[in-house]
Design a protein. Structure first.
Length: 355
């Protein structure tokens, strides 16, 4: 009411029933624009609350609007209230409470026009310039989007760094374990296809060592140069198991398995290095890649040979069966020359018996 110069306690009225809608200032609604408070259902002229220039169609689009009497107290106004007055209002009853209420109303009366002007100024700016309001909304949305994107990027970076660090530690651990296992096997050799006789009972390590020394057939090689010999895997009929040989010297082991390339000793007997699972997998992958490359190159050469053969045959039908390279043409497969006009064969010249 403080913002309306025409309002007074004697002129405050409200509409009852279907009569003319009245502002709290006491005058009728025509030709002025009426605004309705969504909190207390009081009616106000737009001019009485500082909103000059609004039409009735514009005010009807405002979904929520509070009159100056229904605005909540600001923190600044609450700080001006004496705490002792509030305590007295709790003890003294309704009369003291009414006095405090009137004091508070008096203190906030001067602030209402400023509050209304700021709020409605923003409303008027939005209604008068929709494009500016739209640009401001997009800018706010973009700022929030950039902030969320930055936070998300930071979170993703932290997750990736943590995951990468964990994966790197795991990889280093696996590499260290593989290197340690390789160092343990540098004096080992695996020999294949050493005959295993099942009819003479279980072979001992000593007897197997004698067989290994005999198979290796190297001068000055004795059982004293070996640490151990044993079969790998379970016994199976008609199948020779691998023999794992551990030498005392790393140089002896490298010599017999040909420095990692493998050595064939005859009758299908091979001496190979004792590889770890990682080394075996890598070796298998390299062999498969070489096989695929060899097949791919071979297929390309065969296809090119077929193309060349079709070009020699004139490009029609399936390629003819090629002749052997050293095949000499006979009289039957020699070409016969025909005359262009009659189509009769031209006789071949006879050898001359003269001089």
């Amino acid at each position: 009411r403080a913002s309306c110069p025409e309002c007074s306690e004697d002129t405050i009225q409200a509409s009852q029933g279907g009569g003319e809608v009245l502002c709290l200032c006491g005058s009728g609604s025509r030709p002025r624009t009426i605004m309705s408070c969504t909190s207390c259902d009081r009616k106000w002229h737009s001019a009485c609350v500082g909103l000059e220039g609004l039409t009735q169609s514009i005010t009807n689009k405002i979904a929520s609007w509070k009159c100056p009497l229904c605005f909540r107290f600001s923190q600044e106004i609450r700080g001006k209230i004496d705490k002792g007055d509030l305590e007295e209002s709790e003890v003294g009853g309704s009369d003291v409470g009414c006095g405090v209420k009137e004091e508070v109303t008096k203190q906030i009366g001067d602030c209402i026009p400023e509050i209304v002007e700021k709020v409605m100024g923003g409303v008027r700016a939005a209604l008068s310039d929709p494009e500016a309001f739209k640009d401001a909304s997009q800018k706010i949305t973009q700022n929030w989007a950039d902030l969320a994107k930055k936070e998300q990027k930071t979170m993703i970076t932290e997750v990736v760094e943590k995951t990468s660090e964990t994966a790197l530690k795991k990889s280093i651990s696996l590499i260290d374990a593989n290197l340690t296992e390789q160092r343990k096997r540098v004096r080992n050799c695996v020999i294949s296809n050493i005959a295993e006789d099942y009819n003479r009972g279980r072979e001992t390590e000593a007897s197997l060592g004698d067989v290994v020394v005999e198979v290796l057939n190297e001068e000055n090689l004795t059982l004293n140069d070996l640490v151990s010999c044993k079969r790998l895997g379970e016994r199976k009929p008609n199948q020779n198991r691998f023999v794992l040989v551990v030498f005392k010297s790393e140089q002896d082991a490298m010599y017999f398995h040909n420095y990692g390339r493998g050595r064939k000793l005859g009758q299908g007997v091979w001496v190979n290095p004792d590889l770890t699972k990682t080394e075996r997998d890598n070796l298998w992958a390299k062999r498969q890649e070489r096989k695929r490359r060899r097949n791919r190159n071979s297929g390309g050469e065969d296809e090119q040979n077929d193309v060349n053969q079709r070009e020699r045959d004139g490009g029609a039908g399936s390629p003819a069966r090629p002749q052997r390279r050293n095949q000499t043409p006979t009289r039957q497969n020699q070409p016969r020359h025909r005359a262009a006009s009659t189509g009769s064969p031209i006789p071949l010249p006879l050898p001359s018996n003269t001089g």
